[in-house]
Design a binder for this molecule. Structure first.
Ligand code: NAD
Length: 416
């Protein structure tokens, strides 16, 4: 039986705990979330009927600071998944040395089936339901799958209206006009690019001559695709939920992104040179760099043997399961793990939060410079540890991240 995302998250803690000889009581504590709220969200639909949706907000650990993590709208969202995503946020913030904890939220809904007004009512009611456990000092949400700057603006407004004053620091990933940060939208893709470039340098690989395959063409997949395309790399395949387009000589990514940004599906894009394949076929393509940037559990023990690349750059959270990780490690495939590779988003979210609190805004140049400095410092630590101990980059990243949380718990002690 395949493991659920939270079972995977717990397994990853066990692997790190064993390597660092972590106190079993601490490991037991880290495998629990601090709090999980399940809420019912009634929404009056445009036709007058009422639909009921279920939403979640989970704090995994706030031991090093307020919770931080996105909100996902998807028909597949469930509590187990949100718990796993919150746990991964704890490690991500810890690995980057940010004074933030791990949190995540989600609503079980297919937002494509809702009108804009229905989506706004859903978002505002969800915000009201979780209002007591979010806030600039408690937990700061951000965008994730199927949520965007507009959704963050509604959350910020609902929170502010309830508190009686404008509180931009309650969410990140907001529009710039209401306290958002320049550089936040492409930040996850930028971070991916920086760590990929750094790994290629370590391995003496010329990035420009690599053949690249990308699963997902949303914020993360689309941004990294654009950055690599502009760098002159050959992106051979890219997908969305409708399927994947493949062309061995390289896709015209700029045109495809214009298409997807209009809300259109890749399967409907017309170019005789391009072949429409499935997301499963895309993952098995022979390439140099594979970038899963859609959802978790995409590379499992079932398809890990079919993966034919040198480097996997994890744009999504949790796209590779622990069993698959072991198979890939044995095959000599380097996996740049999610908690490092896609941490650019939370890093610039942290900058946005700091800017909101100080009411002083930075220029793009400063954002990108500081992002690069922080993510490359984490990369260097992870890479050196993996080399020293001959372990995967993921295990090295977990050792560093989990050790920092364990140390914070030891220093603070267990209340009371
Ligand atoms: P998005 O909604 O902008 O894009 C998601 C992409 O995945 C779309 O192309 C969509 O069509 C595709 N997709 C959705 N369901 C799919 C399915 N069942 N099969 C194949 N493709 C599917 O979301 P995003 O913000 O780009 O997030 C993608 C991943 O990156 C998620 O795992 C998210 O948690 C992670 N992530 C996002 C950020 C961020 O800043 N947005 C930061 C870190 C990690």
């Amino acid at each position: 039986m395949a493991l659920t995302p939270f079972e995977i998250a717990k397994k990853q803690i066990d692997i790190a705990a064993e390597k660092i000889g972590l106190d079993l009581n601490l490991a037991k504590y880290l495998k629990r979330v601090e709090r999980a709220l399940i809420v019912t969200i009634p929404v009056r639909m445009d036709d007058g009927s009422i639909e009921i949706f279920e939403g979640y907000r989970v704090h995994h650990s706030t031991v090093r600071g307020p919770g931080k993590g996105g909100i996902r709208y998807s028909p597949e969202v469930n509590l187990d998944e949100v718990k796993a995503l919150a746990t991964w946020m704890t490690w991500k913030c810890s690995l980057l040395g940010l004074p933030l904890g791990g949190a995540k939220g989600g609503v079980c809904v297919d937002p494509r089936k809702l009108s804009k007004n229905e989506l706004e009512r859903l978002t505002r009611r969800y915000t009201s339901e979780i209002i007591n456990i979010i806030g600039p000092d408690i937990d700061i949400p951000a965008p994730d799958v199927n949520t965007n700057a507009q959704v963050m603006a509604w959350i910020m407004d609902t929170y502010s209206m309830n508190k009686g004053r404008s509180i931009p620091g309650v969410v990140t990933g907001k529009p710039i006009e209401i306290g958002g940060s320049v550089g936040r939208e492409p930040a996850t893709g930028m971070g991916l690019f920086f760590v990929l470039e750094a790994l290629c340098e370590k391995l003496s690989i010329d990035l420009k001559s690599q053949n690249i395959v990308i699963q997902g063409s949303g914020n993360v997949g689309g941004t990294i695709a654009g950055l690599l395309y502009n760098e002159g790399c050959k992106v051979m395949a890219i997908s969305d939920i409708s399927g994947a387009l493949y062309f061995s000589e390289g896709l015209e990514i700029n045109k495809l992104l214009e298409w997807t940004q209009q809300g259109k599906y890749l399967k409907d894009y017309k170019d005789k040179r391009y072949k429409l394949i499935t997301n499963e076929e895309l993952l098995a393509l022979e390439c140099d760099i594979l970038i899963p940037a859609a959802l978790e559990n995409q590379i499992t023990y079932k398809n890990a043997d079919n993966i034919k690349c040198k480097i996997i750059l994890e744009g999504a959270n949790g796209p590779v399961t622990p069993e698959a990780d072991r198979i890939l490690f044995e095959k000599g495939i380097r996996v740049l793990p999610d908690i490092l590779a896609n941490a650019g988003g939370v890093c610039v979210s942290y900058f946005e939060y700091v800017q909101d609190i100080r009411a002083y805004f930075w220029e793009l140049d400063r954002i990108n410079k500081e992002l690069k400095k922080i993510i490359l410092r984490a990369f260097e630590e992870v890479y050196m540890l993996s080399k020293e101990r001959k372990i995967s980059l993921r295990t090295a990243a977990y050792i560093i991240a989990v050790s920092r949380i364990a140390r914070a718990i030891e220093l603070r002690g267990i209340f009371p």
